[in-house]
Design a protein around this ligand. Sequence first.
Ligand code: ADP
Ligand code: MG
Length: 327
Amino acid sequence: ARLANQIAAGEVVERPSSVVKEIVENSLDSGATSIEIDIEKGGHKRILIRDNGSGIPHDELALALSRHATSKIAKLDDLDTICSLGFRGEALASISSVARLSLSSKPKDQAQAWQAHCEGRDMQVQVNPVAHPDGTSVDVVDLFFNTPARRKFLKTEKTEFTHIDEVVRRIALSRFDVSFSLKHNGKLLRKYPAVKAQNSELKRLNTICGKEFSEQSIELNSQFQTFELKGWLAQPGQSKTQGEFQYFYVNGRMMRDKLINHAVRQAFEGLMGADFYPAYVLYLTLEPNQVDVNVHPAKHEVRFHQARLVHDFIFRALTDSLNQYCQ
Ligand code: ADP
Ligand code: MG
């Protein structure tokens, strides 16, 4: 089974940033309101993530490290209604098969905290008592220590950290209500405090996307049937470097999707010409049964059941907003 995990790890655990993404998503699924991310040497050496979420009961700790044991998909139909970020039950199993992993946790109503530890694919999971506050810590040390071929593909510390930084930015833009901090080699580099009021979302937007984008963006808020599109667009004429901020979320997940890109691009091009490079942070919400998020292992792509309708809704919502602004 551990070998299967190692193979699956190839899909889920591409590099340190994918480890960070999976672990932080678990923290969000657990209801955490505060997530601390501590990275050493670009994540090659260590990725330590602490949350204040629901915690994992003692008798489920070892299980959480075994593949699919925890899968939230009881039957295929459930795929239609998945709301949590994780649902394959393979991230922790995959990560633990290619690293030294400690999972420490304490649910509020459990007096003692416990830690499950596991190294690579041949090791038994060991569970021991540990001191830990309410919530969960995942400590991933020596990523790819037992898969030299994979380790060879790791880039420099700096490059891997840049990827982690980007993953944390994307997630921070999806959950304004959760506070995040990011350290590298002991230095606190990012702090995104939880946003209490709706109108202070701009503060985090400012921290992440810069002053130019946050102060001059066009706010968008459109509805059609059960679809909703909210967020911010760069004002036409902003400097081209703004184009790096292209964040599109579907039901809270960041997506890179052809259909979405096409709709967004068409809307911008229709008004601004082909060489305008749009910047945007947009949130599309629709009923869970309208999307299938299980298309890509890294979960970047979606399949919309009413693709044409969604495409045209996005196009029209953006075109209307841009038109209003241009008048
Ligand atoms: P998935 O998220 O797809 O269910 P994972 O391998 O990522 O699978 O996680 C396995 C299980 O471990 C989760 O379903 C959850 O029950 C538990 N778990 C993992 N991380 C946390 C956490 N930070 N807080 C609470 N439970 C967690
Ligand atoms: Mg998960």
